[in-house]
Design a protein around this ligand. Sequence first.
Ligand code: C2E
Ligand code: CA
Ligand code: CA
Length: 705
Amino acid sequence: MQRISTERARINKQQNQLFLSLANNSLIGIGVIKNDRFVFSNRHLAQMTGYERQELIALPDVQQILPDFYTELERFPEDCNEKLIETKLLHYSGKRIDIELCLLRTRFDGDDAIVVFVLDNTARKNNERNAQLAALVYENSTEAIVVTDESGVIVGVNPAFVEITGYQLSEVIGRTMNLLASGRQSPAFYKKMWRQLKKTGRWRGDIWNRRKNGEEYAERLNISTCYNEDGTVFRRIGLFFDVTQDKEREQQIWRQANHDHLTGLPNRQLFQGRLQKAMQDADERNKAFALIFLDLDLFKDVNDTLGHNVGDQLLKEASKRLLSCVRDTDTVARIGGDEFTVIVSDVPNQAVVERICEEILVKIAQPYQLGENVATVSASIGVTMYPEDASDAGEILKNADMAMYAAKECGRNQYCFFLPAMSEAIQARILFSQNLQTAIAENQFILYYQPIIDMRTGQVRKFEALIRWDHPELGLVPPSEYIPFAEDSGLIVDIGQWVFKAAVQQAKRWHEQGLNYQISVNVSPAQFYADGIKVEEWVRLLEDAGLPTSSILIEITERLLLEENPAITKRLRQLREAGLQIALDDFGTGFSSLTYLKRYPIDYLKIDQSFVRNLAPESEDLALCEAMIVMAQKLGLGVIAEGVEGPLQQSLLLEAGCVLGQGYLYSRPVPPQEIERWLDERKALPTNTSSSNDQRMAGQLLQDT
Ligand code: C2E
Ligand code: CA
Ligand code: CA
């Protein structure tokens, strides 16, 4: 018996020693509780609690360390040996620490005791909490999350992904992200992205993708990588949100900055960029392109007569027509009020561009139905070729602009290719068209006069006033070179006003000398459109000068009557009612129609010089002249033949019944002093020989010029 108990004691001692050595080297906190007090604590448990081992053992109650100990003990049935719970440990500092507690019934030094194993649970709890949080974020994030394996196959997506893309989880698991590709991103884009991902594990940027319903959307994507311990890729995580609206707003802002708000066409700024690009492309691919510069003729008249709203409508319609003449890949831009440019790329030869220009001219000239109004305009087009004509963007545009001016000068409604010789001549003219403004103020205009003769007697009947610009550097400039610009810029109103006043002054001077020659004054259609026909003022000017209103004959052109504009008819009637006479100039060159002649208040027809120039017996021109003369006579209108240069023309015209003629045969247009010099001479002569005097004067004037 004694031996058994000694043996037992020995075994117990051995066990205790084993326990102690295990306990003291364990990474788990271990303690032995007997009668609610610690009788043993290993080093680790002491560390976990913040007490010294001795202090721990000296504690009167384990509750100070394990606040739930008794509650747990009550729930620990007698017949059960072991219990595992999660609870808190109260640290010396007062901090509560999450622990896993294992209670074990045992005997210690012959008494019932409980061994506690304490495992710090903080890290695991934290991890758990983090995982919960992550799951919460994953589920509730408005940012889409997609997780793929190392080869890009989707292994998970969150609800926001489903919401943004429209694909259900089941539809995407096992597929790759290619599923969303919109095709907007180039292969090079993806290549670059993968290169960076492989190198750094991260990528961020914006991508255009496609939702399940086919709609394209922009996402701001942030990809990161999760690695295995051996450095291979475990997962890639993509986070993205929908930035379509931002992109659209950005694009709208860009569009507003780069496009013309009225027509939606690229504006001057974007055009400059496209021009640079066209040059680059042409250089790289060894191709040519054409730049077309287009200006609407007399567009100002539409604005002035019908208002800016109608003008805007016309511009919109014109831009549509322009677009319809070129390919989608060509650029049509609006670079100024009524100025457009077209970049036609990949042009094999000039003939292609010519065809486009012809089509543009035809389409632009079609009537425009603008609400209740119908308007017509035409286009003047300049074309330049790259790289043939220039190598610099500024120069290219300047060339096209110059060619456009040339087209305007040639009579509008046509196209002109740039020629190197243009530059100097036209630049000079562009410059002086800018000087037009000062020309009036500086008194640089003069009226020349050309007599209109009774061809039967040689008597002077009227004078036509023809404007000249005495330019300080260029000398006398003929009207054809600046009237079109004056019309386009609206300066024609001031010029017209000046011409009328100067003509009245001249008529007054002659009147004071007892010579009552009617003076005919040219009036541009643009003056009518811009409300530049000042009937009352003109009548007052004549009255103030003491002249009958019939002293002035107003020359208008057929172009004016084409419009069938009631406002124009009204002005013509007012002029007529005030006593001024009206002549239809350049008759036969326009869309002459008998109906105009009957409908409008007209006194004279002036047969255009193109019919008179080549008059010969039995010629077609003679037949036409005869027809015009007969028609005028039937309608009770006077006829004046322009451009009579030789005696043959004179006699043919007389035979056909035309009495009044004007042309170099009698005199070129000359300044008033020359006519006045002659008039003075004439005064000194006996009055009964007026007819031969007139002829003498005519001859003299011819010699003078
Ligand atoms: P237009 O009214 O038809 O004027 C006749 C033009 O023919 C004048 O040219 C005149 O010099 C020219 N001419 C006269 N006789 C002959 C001839 O026998 N042979 C030839 N080959 N030509 C002859 P100009 O002075 O250069 O004027 C050109 C045009 O400029 C005028 O054509 C007219 O439309 C316009 N113009 C002239 N003065 C004014 C003006 O004060 N106001 C406006 N709005 N236009 C004007
Ligand atoms: Ca005339
Ligand atoms: Ca004429």
